[in-house]
Design a protein around this ligand. Structure first.
Ligand SMILES: C[S@@+](CC[C@H](N)C(=O)[O-])C[C@H]1O[C@@H](n2cnc3c(N)ncnc32)[C@H](O)[C@@H]1O
Length: 312
């Protein structure tokens, strides 16, 4: 599903059991998203993006090195890794090169929109959960910024198990949790989720979050991870993940200059993969730049093996 950027932006209300649809739509439309005006979009499409995509990559790399770009350095060290997410989420870099890239770049703007949208959706799901306290499992969690935002917004008690195959982001995450007063409510565990998560969990997760990970994975890896989490989730429990469209128009720039190879998939393509892992009843919510959709699916009562039988 692609969105028409010329139309006024409205978010589809989240499918919900308890809260009134109208209130949910209002809550989601009150999010302070970053947007681009018509002139900015035209300028990017006709001038900025073609230059970024086709000028020699060596020129950009030299300029970014000279300008001590932290965003470029973090991507060169770990393309699309958690550190570049943190730089984009914070949106207040020190170096001039980063102020331009992070402040005006479509992907960093869309990442900040995705953070706000995913946090709001997760907060609503926490408040809707029948469990008390609510347990969220975050896969490829990095330092856990989005689930912490959601826990701070939710009215109900929640705790989170943050799983990542890489321990590097954990120290940053623990510091953030202390600063946010969430110490003791988040725990970080190193685990490659493809190997299964049952052994590291003491309680079933009420919500599973897979934000910021699918675009770096192959189809087979997404199915493998989704099957591993489906195996520990109760029926109808929600999973939250995101798609990535090439509406940002700078894929060639990111590949050549940052070495960042992202897999673009429509919500329908991603839902089809999730269906193969046993999820259905999907709702896709776009952020206003049309780059990311945040999608909520539900663990099927019985694993859906035939995509034709699934409920999209
Ligand atoms: C781009 S970061 C996103 C971090 C965070 N979810 C966010 O949106 O800010 C992706 C993270 O997924 C982790 N990851 C990738 N494959 C994984 C796997 N099979 N099991 C656990 N973590 C994985 C990486 O180590 C990385 O920290």
């Amino acid at each position: 599903m692609e969105i028409d950027l010329a139309k006024p932006y409205t978010i589809t209300p989240l499918r919900t059991m308890g809260r009134h649809m109208h209130c949910l739509a209002t809550e989601m439309n009150e999010i302070a998203f970053e947007r681009q005006g018509v002139v900015q979009r035209l300028l990017k499409a006709s001038v900025v993006n073609p230059l970024a995509n086709y000028l020699p990559a060596a020129l950009f790399r030299a300029a970014l090195r000279f300008g001590k770009s932290e965003l470029a350095a973090s991507n060169w060290a770990d393309p699309g890794g958690w550190r570049s997410m943190v730089i984009s989420y914070d949106g207040k870099p020190r170096q001039i090169a980063d102020k331009i890239l992070v402040g005006a770049g479509t992907i960093p703007m869309a990442l900040r929109n995705r953070r706000k949208l995913a946090a709001k959706i997760l907060a609503i799901l926490i408040d809707e959960s029948p469990s008390d306290p609510v347990h969220a499992l975050c896969v490829g969690a990095g330092p856990g910024r989005i689930i912490m935002d959601a826990m701070l917004q939710a009215n109900r008690e929640a705790y989170a198990t943050l799983v990542d195959m890489n321990t590097d982001p954990f120290e940053h995450g623990r510091l953030q949790a202390r600063q946010e007063g969430l110490d003791g409510k988040v725990r970080f565990i190193q685990c490659d989720v493809r190997d299964g998560v049952g052994a590291i969990l003491d309680h079933q997760p009420d919500i599973v979050k897979m934000i910021g990970i699918c675009e770096y994975l192959l189809d087979t890896e997404i199915i493998q991870i989704a099957r591993a989490v489906a195996a520990v989730m109760p029926a109808t429990a929600p999973i939250v993940f995101n798609s990535l469209s090439n509406a940002h128009g700078t894929d060639r720039f990111f590949r050549r200059v940052f070495g960042l190879h992202m897999n673009h998939r429509t919500p329908a393509q991603l839902q089809q993969l999730m269906q193969q892992a046993g999820f259905d009843s999907f709702d896709a919510h776009p952020e206003p730049l049309g780059v990311y959709h945040v999608i909520v699916g539900r663990k099927a009562a019985e694993p859906t093996t035939d995509p034709a039988k699934g409920n999209t």
